[in-house]
Design a binder for this molecule. Structure first.
Ligand SMILES: Cc1cc2nc3c(=O)[nH]c(=O)nc-3n(C[C@H](O)[C@H](O)[C@H](O)COP(=O)(O)OP(=O)(O)OC[C@H]3O[C@@H](n4cnc5c(N)ncnc54)[C@H](O)[C@@H]3O)c2cc1C
Length: 324
């Protein structure tokens, strides 16, 4: 079997042309390819057309809007997002998350759109063709069985993107462009809990940009645990946005990554209005536990990943509380 099947590339100059090109059967968008191309080389997917977004003028622009919101084109590199003066000054959690991705050479090419839309990962999926064939493939691709858990209701591969949770707690929206026009969705609504279909994009739809509202009294941070301090996906990642009013929590948003098939917001309403103390920290850890679903999808043990996730959340709130 030819693992890397033949494909054609198309390099449109406008978003409209990209959307039109994506209408072809078997067409997929290509940004920097740091996620897509290694997967294709392993035989994970056989697109007939790669629609290269790299020639679209202005897709990487970072600017502020009249209401003070930040607008970042999907083609902006993670290096540009991490280092841009506007981002660092107004939305440092976003800078932290972009800077936490992989390593410097990787971030110089990888894009925001590709980061958000990256594939889910699993020890039964990110393997060579012969390994997967020898194990009967899996529910995510070419097989009919999920090896992670015995149930076959859906694929349990995990989403490990760093940037999405930061955008979610910053209340960001994604601007989507597709065959039926433009629409705007909360970044959280881009995702769903299904490892084989984790993006809620319609056929032919692209992420064109994200818009992040002004901080307006919120402080935020992103914390990531990984084996090595570079070039590693998050074993667990937690983004937190906090609004403090004296001794009270006036607002709290927490999002997690590396635990489920989608990055998820943790419901924290019950903590708003109270103080931040040991009991609140324990309550938050329990809320994270209830939201997360850490399974055997990485080589690192489930128990360790879960403990790290439960510890990262209150620790990150703590740091923001002390600093605010
Ligand atoms: C060694 C290694 C380490 C990594 N470490 C990390 C890490 O620590 N954290 C992390 O988050 N990621 C990590 N990644 C994954 C990936 O490289 C990054 O997420 C990167 O940001 C992907 O961006 P890209 O532009 O290269 O996307 P591509 O690979 O070009 O695309 C990724 C996916 O998104 C789709 N896509 C791209 N742009 C759009 C768009 N505008 N609209 C709709 N769909 C789109 C593509 O079709 C593809 O399915 C790592 C990858 C490798 C190989």
């Amino acid at each position: 079997m030819n693992i890397l099947a033949d494909f054609r590339t198309h390099r449109p100059a406008t978003l409209a042309d990209a959307v039109a090109a994506l209408d072809a059967d078997g067409a997929v968008p290509l940004a920097a390819g740091t996620d897509l191309l290694p997967n294709l080389r392993r035989g994970l997917g056989q697109p007939e057309v790669l629609v290269d977004l790299g020639g679209i003028d202005g897709l990487g622009t970072i600017s502020t809007l009249a209401d003070g919101s930040l607008r970042i084109g999907a083609g902006a590199t993670l290096e540009a997002v991490a280092e841009h003066a506007l981002v660092r000054a107004g939305w440092p959690a976003l800078s932290q998350a972009a800077e936490a991705v992989a390593g410097p050479t990787h971030r110089a090419a990888a894009t925001l759109g590709g980061n958000l839309c990256q594939d889910t990962r699993c020890i039964f999926y990110n393997q060579s063709e012969w390994w997967r064939a020898g194990n009967g493939y899996c529910l995510k691709y070419r097989g009919d069985k999920c090896h992670v858990i015995v149930k076959n209701d859906r694929c349990y591969a995990t989403y490990h993107g760093d940037v999405a949770p930061a955008l979610m707690v910053l209340d960001a929206r994604a601007e989507l462009v597709g065959p039926t026009g433009r629409r705007s969705v909360a970044v959280a609504e881009l995702f769903r809990e299904d490892g084989a279909g984790h993006l809620a994009l319609n056929r032919g739809e692209l992420v064109a940009a994200v818009e992040v509202p002004p901080a307006d009294g919120w402080t935020a941070a992103y914390a990531k645990a990984r084996i090595r301090d570079a070039v590693d996906f998050p074993l667990a990642g937690v983004a937190v946005a906090l609004r403090r009013d004296g001794d009270r929590i006036a607002g709290l948003r927490v999002a997690i990554t590396g635990s489920n098939s989608a990055p998820l917001l943790v419901p924290t309403d019950e903590l708003v209005g109270g103080g931040w103390d040991g009991a609140a920290a324990e309550a938050l850890a329990q809320l994270v536990r209830k939201t997360s679903n850490v399974l055997k999808t990485t080589v690192t043990g489930v128990g360790y990943r879960r403990r790290v996730l439960l510890a990262l959340a209150p620790r990150t709130v703590d740091a923001l509380w002390q600093g605010s």
